[in-house]
Design a protein around this ligand. Structure first.
Ligand SMILES: *[C@@H]1O[C@H](CO)[C@@H](O)[C@H](O)[C@H]1NC(C)=O
Length: 488
């Protein structure tokens, strides 16, 4: 009983031992070197380290041999096999203990088989050794190619990133045994994408090897290959693609489409009139293409506002123009990026300029009175045709059209082409002290061009109860009266 337990313990030890130790024991046995006497009786199972190659298509592959050193070769012992694949994958020659693999094995499917061995005395039917477990290891061959399980990749980096910038790490896996030679030792290379990209051979980190400009090309397709056997030609390989989109940085300034713009504006244009549009172009996109327009050194007559939707600059009138005073203006417009980037030297951030020449167009303007209001006086009862006062209006245009005048109250007052106002009949202060009249000036060449002035006529008291000497019975035709209309 004690002896049995000890045996089991020793067997366990043997299994824990490294291959080397077992091999040594086995060799020692083969060379017929006597084992130390204390071991000889207790250690009776003898076998070498078992392994079997995968992917072998032979009908039978010899795996190894189970042996008990109690076997005298007299055919009294029978070897039995049980456990993983016993009978179906592995068979044993009962007499010799030779184990064979009878199926093609795939290490990547199953790398170890745990089996148990028994040796039985055919005469007694009893085990001569305690049942023992052993392992058959499937040896790897390089039958798996590297695979990029996470590919294809897509990523984005800013354009103009410096050389050496890390872009992405790609990883391939190889199902072969990493401990078996170089079967699973991968080397990464760039198949397509040079000279802009390179890959670190062992880590798969993709880096920039040459600066790229988004405005020249905004997308790159890089093909990375992983090869096992440390990249040697007999190695197996797999590839993946990395799509790299360049994101924009502000590396372009806005530039005016034209170096000189011509615009026209009527002198009659009201303040706020948009006179014209200027536009610059920026090769960048998004925020980086945003720009601001302004008038360099400012101007009290013109302004430029930026239309953020269209990125246009709108030239606006800030002050009334007068063709007769100034017929042409020249302003310098400036455009700058709204968001300045480190990619420009400071002096380049000042922006680009263009010249706008603005021609003022003469407008047909209405006559202009010398005053908006006139005050006049006349003594009451002055005779018909007496002079009251003079108004004056002039066409401000270069054409200087002659002006004629008219009066709204044509029963009491009359006005001639010189603007002189006279009374049609003597005025009676007792009837009205004030005659507030409106004079209209009309251009003779264009009756659309009219303007008005107010005239306040005060009748002065001279002699309250002067006798009436005579009365006029004359007929006047008001200027504004319709043809055929008669007044008295
Ligand atoms: C005419 O104008 C004068 C001076 O502005 C004013 O005192 C007077 O009341 C006005 N009369 C009428 C009838 O509008």
């Amino acid at each position: 009983m004690n002896c049995y337990v000890l045996l089991q313990f020793l067997l366990g030890l043997a299994q824990l031992c490294s291959c080397h130790t077992v091999m040594t024991n086995s060799k020692r046995h083969e060379m017929n070197q006597p084992l130390p006497s204390n071991l000889r009786t207790k250690r009776s199972w003898v076998w070498s380290h078992f392994h079997v190659e995968e992917e072998v298509t032979k009908a039978e592959q010899h795996v190894g041999r189970l042996r008990s050193n109690l076997d005298e070769g007299d055919a009294s012992l029978v070897y039995l096999l049980s456990g993983d694949g016993a009978g179906s994958i592995f068979t044993i020659n009962n007499r010799t203990g030779d184990i064979f693999a009878i199926k093609k094995l795939d290490r990547e499917e199953k790398a170890y088989y745990k089996l148990r061995a028994q040796v039985i005395n055919v005469y007694t039917g009893k085990p001569v050794e305690p049942e023992s477990e052993f392992v058959i290891k499937v040896l790897d061959i390089n039958d798996n190619k590297p695979q990029f399980l996470d590919g294809p990749y897509e990523t984005s980096i800013p354009e103009m990133s410096p050389e050496g910038t890390s872009v992405i790490q790609v990883t391939a896996t190889d199902n072969d045994d990493p401990s078996q030679g170089n079967n699973a030792r991968l080397i990464y290379t760039v198949l397509q994408g040079q000279p802009y990209f390179s890959v670190e051979p062992t880590t798969g980190i993709l880096r920039i090897s040459s600066q790229m400009d988004r405005e020249a090309k905004d997308q790159y397709l890089v093909v990375v290959q992983a090869t096992d056997m440390l990249g040697y030609t007999q190695g197996l390989s797999g590839t993946t693609t990395v799509t790299i989109n360049l994101s924009d940085v502000n590396d372009n300034r806005p530039i005016f489409q034209l170096g000189l713009y011509h615009m026209n504006v009527s002198e009659s244009a009201p303040i706020g009139t948009s006179i014209g549009i200027i536009m610059a172009e920026d090769s960048d996109i998004g925020e980086n293409a945003k720009m601001n327009y302004s008038i360099e050194d400012g101007s009290d007559v013109f302004d430029i506002i930026t239309n953020n939707e269209t990125q246009e600059g709108i030239v606006i009138l800030k002050k009334k123009l007068d063709y007769e005073l100034q017929r042409q203006y020249s302003v310098r417009a400036k455009v700058t990026n709204s968001f300045i980037d480190k990619y420009f030297p400071k002096d380049e951030n000042s922006g680009q300029t263009t010249v706008i020449k603005i021609r003022v167009e003469d407008a047909d303007e209405p006559p202009v009175f010398s005053h908006m209001e006139y005050s006049m006086e006349i003594a009451e009862e002055t005779p018909t045709g007496s002079y009251v006062g003079t108004v004056f209006a002039k066409d401000p245009d270069v054409t200087n059209s002659p002006v004629r005048y008219s009066i709204d109250d044509c029963t009491l007052f009359s006005i001639d082409d010189s603007g002189a106002i006279t009374v049609i009949e003597p005025l009676d202060r007792e009837i009205a002290e004030w005659h507030n009249i409106t004079i209209t000036a009309t251009e003779k060449d264009n009756s659309q061009q009219v303007s008005e002035a107010r005239v306040y006529v005060q009748v002065l008291n001279v002699n309250d109860h002067a006798p009436e000497f005579f009365q006029y019975y004359e007929t006047y035709v008001c200027e504004k009266a319709n043809a055929g209309e008669v007044r008295d």
